[in-house]
Design a protein around this ligand. Structure first.
Ligand SMILES: *Cc1c(COP(=O)(O)O)cnc(C)c1O
Length: 490
């Protein structure tokens, strides 16, 4: 399987690249990204043959169908990381909420958020490609919460890869910050930056184009890669759980093989939803994909009106911060798939220069053939958390946005899979507020309040954080980031 470019070829970059090349250098011509040249087809017999297989065997057979240039032994080692999830035989359990509604819980990995589903195996694969090529990589990450802990956890003590992770001091939850600053490994550097997430992200972008920084990396023979979801190495592990969740519905006798379902996805950078789209294109019986947003509702407007518009808007902080995004990177892969590389280049260029683009009626109709969308504000989300808890299901504020889309976006009585992207422990103050009215609680108090209310235990991974030694104490101004990272690389 080869990978090609969403914005076409500039005559200098290679016309196509292998999977491992697309992973190591995820950016392509004209600022585009890589997509698979074609998708393998999984017919009814493939699904039928996997009704009784484990998650790992399903994953292995899907990856084999992609024919990627990764050794079978490396794939096995990567997939073995799912053994450390709560239930080693089923890393992503599907929980029934009512007769029509099931939740696919994607947060049972080491950092209690869905980023682990892809980043756990991804880290193992990236490190092994780097070792085989005898190359050294630096992953730079700016995080407002979930990506940082998951990236640190996966690359911890892995050879040939170092990670420098920037977070805005005061801009993450206590749990998220503790997950980062208690990571102890020689190849990891965590840096708190004075400022908000935008400052941190801007500082990272400046670093990527800094001549002195790039010269210093070159002198040390260190290359840059990326662990965000523009990297197809993450997406490939994400389409698997959509197929798994469908098969779980069959196993639970909620549907018969071949019945269509709705997928309902809380979306930000659109990696999760893109995985669902690819699964659908590969043959999974999906009626529509519901795209749930919060008040940062650029995707709702795109899907309902064909207008992608960030001219008048800036990011609005919400109670579902992992979805506080205006530029949703993986939409580009949808544009490519539906309208081709020329049009994608045109639209993305317009977005870069004029901060908007408008699809034609015909293009919009194609998009609406696949996606439906709605957004959920914080007050509505709080009510969904409260009412759903009263019905017996505890969820986080990202997952809650899907309940609005579930209520407004379906026109057929088909079973729906909502994807739950974070455990309640990651956003406990918001949940405690929804359940008990408690305001401005610290994480530890909110965790205890919810545990009591729901009569459950705080998971050990989270509880232990509060007594773990803080090893990453760097807290600096953004002007000092370059110096700090170069010192770490020495
Ligand atoms: C990253 C994240 C999302 C958004 O997922 P995308 O794949 O970027 O659309 C939603 N919820 C949580 C908790 C996340 O960490």
């Amino acid at each position: 399987m080869k990978f090609i470019e969403t914005r076409g070829n500039d005559g200098q970059s290679p016309l196509q690249v292998s999977f491992s090349e697309a992973i190591l250098s995820p950016m392509s011509s004209f600022g585009g990204i890589y997509v698979p040249e074609s998708l393998p087809q999984l017919d009814a017999s493939f699904l039928e043959a996997h009704i009784d297989t484990s998650y790992k065997i399903l994953a292995k057979d899907i990856l084999t169908a992609f024919a990627i240039d990764i050794e079978a032994s490396v794939i096995d080692e990567a997939l073995d990381l799912y053994d450390a999830f709560d239930d080693s035989s089923n890393p992503a359990p599907l929980v029934k909420v009512n007769d029509d509604l099931y939740v696919s819980e994607l947060y049972h990995g080491p950092t209690r958020a869905f980023k682990d589903m892809a980043l756990q195996p991804f880290g193992c694969v990236l490190s092994s490609i780097a070792q085989t090529r005898d190359e050294n990589y630096l992953i730079l990450a700016a995080t407002s919460g979930d990506t940082g802990p998951a990236a640190l956890e996966t690359f911890k003590n892995r050879d040939n890869v170092r990670v420098a992770c920037l977070y805005p001091d005061g801009g993450t939850s206590d749990v998220q910050r503790l997950q980062m600053v208690t990571e102890d490994a020689d190849n990891l550097k965590v840096i708190g930056v004075h400022g908000d997430f935008d400052d941190t992200q801007a500082a990272l972008k400046a670093l990527l184009v800094s001549e002195s920084f790039n010269a210093a990396l070159k002198a040390q023979n260190i290359k840059l890669s990326a662990a965000n979801s523009v990297n197809f190495g993450r997406i490939i592990f994400q389409l698997i759980y959509h197929i798994h969740s469908y098969l779980e519905l069959v196993r639970q006798k909620a549907i018969e093989l071949g019945d269509k379902v709705y997928l309902d996805v809380p979306s930000g950078n659109f990696g999760n939803a893109l995985g669902g789209y690819y699964a659908m294109k590969m043959g999974l019986p999906v009626e529509k994909i519901l795209i749930a947003s919060n008040n940062n509702n650029v995707l709702t407007h795109l899907i309902n009106e064909g207008l992608y518009d960030t001219r008048e808007t800036s990011v609005i902080p919400t109670t579902s911060p992992a979805m506080d995004i205006l530029k949703s990177s993986n939409i580009e892969r949808i544009l490519y798939d539906l309208y081709g590389d020329k049009r994608t280049k045109e639209l993305m260029l317009q977005l870069d220069t004029e901060n908007y683009y408008q699809l034609t009626d015909k293009e919009l109709a194609m998009l609406q053939g696949i996606f439906v969308a709605d957004f959920c504000n914080d007050e509505e989300g709080k009510k969904y958390i409260h009412d759903t808890f009263a019905d017996g299901y505890l969820m986080d504020p990202h997952t809650a946005t899907c309940f609005k889309a579930y209520d407004t976006c379906r026109d057929k009585p088909l079973k729906t899979i909502i994807y739950s992207t974070a455990e309640w422990t990651k956003f406990s103050p918001v949940i405690a507020n929804a359940l008990t009215g408690e305001k401005d609680a610290h994480d530890i108090d909110a965790l205890q309040a919810i545990a009591k209310e729901a009569n459950i235990d705080i998971p050990e991974q989270i509880n232990a954080l509060f007594s773990k030694k803080v090893t990453q104490k760097t807290l600096i101004n953004k002007e000092d980031i370059e110096k700090e990272i170069l010192a770490f690389l020495k």
